[in-house]
Structures are given as structure tokens and as C-alpha cells.
Design a protein around this ligand. Sequence first.
Ligand SMILES: *Cc1c(COP(=O)(O)O)cnc(C)c1O
Length: 379
Amino acid sequence: MSFGQIYTGLIDKYFDRLPISNRKNIISIGEGNTPLIKLKNIPKEIGKDVNLYVKFEGLNPTSSFKDRGMTVAVTRAVEEGSNAIICASTGNTSAAAAAYAARAGIKSFVLIPDGKIALGKLAQAIMYGAEIIQIKGNFDDGMQLVKKIGESAPVSIVNSINPFRLQGQKTAAFEIIDELGKAPDYHCLPVGNAGNITAYWMGYCEYSGHIGKMVEKSTRICQDICQYSTDAVTSVPPKMVGYQATMSAPFLRGEPVKDPETIATAIRIGNPQSWDYAWMASRESGGWFDEFSDEEILKVQRMLAEKEGIFCEPASATSVAGALKDIQSGKIAEGSTIVCTLTGHGLKDPDIAINQCKTEMTAIDATFDAVNKAIFAKL
Ligand SMILES: *Cc1c(COP(=O)(O)O)cnc(C)c1O
């Protein structure tokens, strides 16, 4: 960007590739344009020569990648005359929906699982003024209810079954190609409802001129509405690698999981809505799925904070857990360029962080001697 130019969000930046008819209608809070950070200390520590990057989506306006899809979904909903939106959510979709609805001056209804939502996400939904409906059920139950309600009530569904969500989310792949000058060899990300892995694959294929089923789909959604750009950066799209939490891993089990569990609540999903598309992304790209226990996920979450100064939420850390495992085993060869999506910010879920180090905190006397002693004991 040149001097004196304000960044005005991803729809404005990638307007010719998104299904919005008029720039005047854009509902944006400056989402997108998130940093691609090269990890320094962790690759050194494991002794592997790789170019390992994280795309820190926790630095979006509501601190998760959900803002990318929501700017497009809400802009479209308003263009179509809608006065209310609805979603089921494990937390981050509700935060984004509530914020963009607030910005648009429309109503938002969010269905969240009773008691299983991270504190920061609930705080956001409250502050942005969503109508919060807690249900005695999980995300999958909420999703089924939202689909039913959307059939009769005058509300627009803004879950990732709304194709405009994925259109917005695909721009993360554009940004990566713009910065690296080509697509990476591997793209690693956590998989819950599987919208994001689908969107990245769509974005990589479209932007790198790789003609497959995803580009057809993406073009179809765009073409009737916008001047869809066919210019492409010539590049080979990456292998898409999706990681899940062991007790919430339908892609590893090969079928929906009935009572998904994991401390990484953002991926506590047993019946992914983008099931077929995620398989398509995995197969077309030559990627794979893998799974991690809660302990492994938390270990990597903490490692990223302690070794690199990057605090992401537990679900996000699965992408790096996966990349590290596959780099160490040699499945991902040295010399490769790998991008991991860190889907959300660590401050979304303060309880998880604090619970991990409760025992390490004890108060001492507020005297020079006591503090001096405490410091020298650790130097
Ligand atoms: C939504 C979300 C995911 C899962 O993304 P899907 O598109 O549902 O697969 C992962 N991490 C975080 C932080 C999320 O908010």
C-alpha cells in the first residue's frame, strides 16, 4: 500500500473476486490483512530447515478468521434487504456475527452451547448486543435448529453453509500468495465444521489459476454478481492438511461423531457441514487429516506463546502441532514452505491459559527484599 492510503477491508481489496455488487454497500471493520509470521525459534529447536509461517488470524477485528466470511455474508444480507441474521456457534462465529450486525445496524441471533463457550467469546456476543440463545445441546444441535428456523423466519443464516462466508474466507489464501509470491507447499489448519479448509482450497485454486471443481464452484457464486477476475498468479496450490482433536475427529473416523469432546471448543464439532468439500480439498490437493489429544494441543499452544510470542487459542494450535509432527517425521520434507493458520486469539479463552499455570502463582510480601529475592532465584 502507498503512503496516505487507509486499508478498508478485504472486500474493497479483492472486490473483483467477491460477490458484492456495489462498494457503497460494504460492511467492514477493517478485517483481513493479517500478518504472516515466520517462526524462528521452534524450527531451530526441532533442528529442521523449513520455512514455517503462521497466518495470525487472531488479529482480525473480533480476533478470529470468522470476520473474513462475516463481512461478505452480512454485506450480502443487507444488500438483499435482510434485517436480521442468525447462526449457531461454538463462540467465534457468534462474536463475528454480532459485531458485523452491530456495524450494519441489524439484529443478530446467536445459538450457543450452554456452558461450553469460552469466556472471551461470550463477552463479545454480549458487548456487541447479540440476542443470545443458549441451548442445552452442542454446536451440531444448534446447527440443525438454525437450518430449520431459517426456512420460515425472516432471518439470514450466516453459518458457513452460507456460500458467501466461504467467499470471504478464501481471501486469506490470496493474501498468502500476495506476500510469498507463490503458494506454500503445505497449508495446515484446524478443522471443525470444515468451512475454512474448503475456503482456503477455493482461494488457492482460484488465485493460482488451478482449474478444478472448487474454482468452478467459486466462479459460479461470483459470476452472476461481480466481474469475476480470471487473472491468476501462476503457482501450484499447496497440499491441504487438516487437523482435528481426537475426541472430535469425524474426518479420521470417516463418519460423524456423536458426542464430540475437546478442550479446543472451537473445533468441538461432530457433524461438519462442509464434509464433501473438505474431502474434495484434501484429495484434490494430495493432503491428509490427522488428530491430536487435548494435552498435545495445549503443549503446542504454550510453546507458541513461550518460544515465539504468539498467543493463539487452543483450536488454532492444532495446525502447528500437526505441522511439527509431520516435519519431524519427514512426511513434510526439509526445505518446504508451510503455512499454518492460527484461527483465533488466545485471549478468547483466558480460563484455559490461567488453569494451566495456577500452581505457579503465589503472592509474596510487597517488600524490596522479597521481590529482589524472587528475581534472583530465577535469574
Ligand atoms: C471456527 C473455528 C475453527 C474451525 O473452522 P471450520 O471452518 O469450522 O473448520 C477453528 N478454530 C477457530 C478458532 C475457529 O473459530
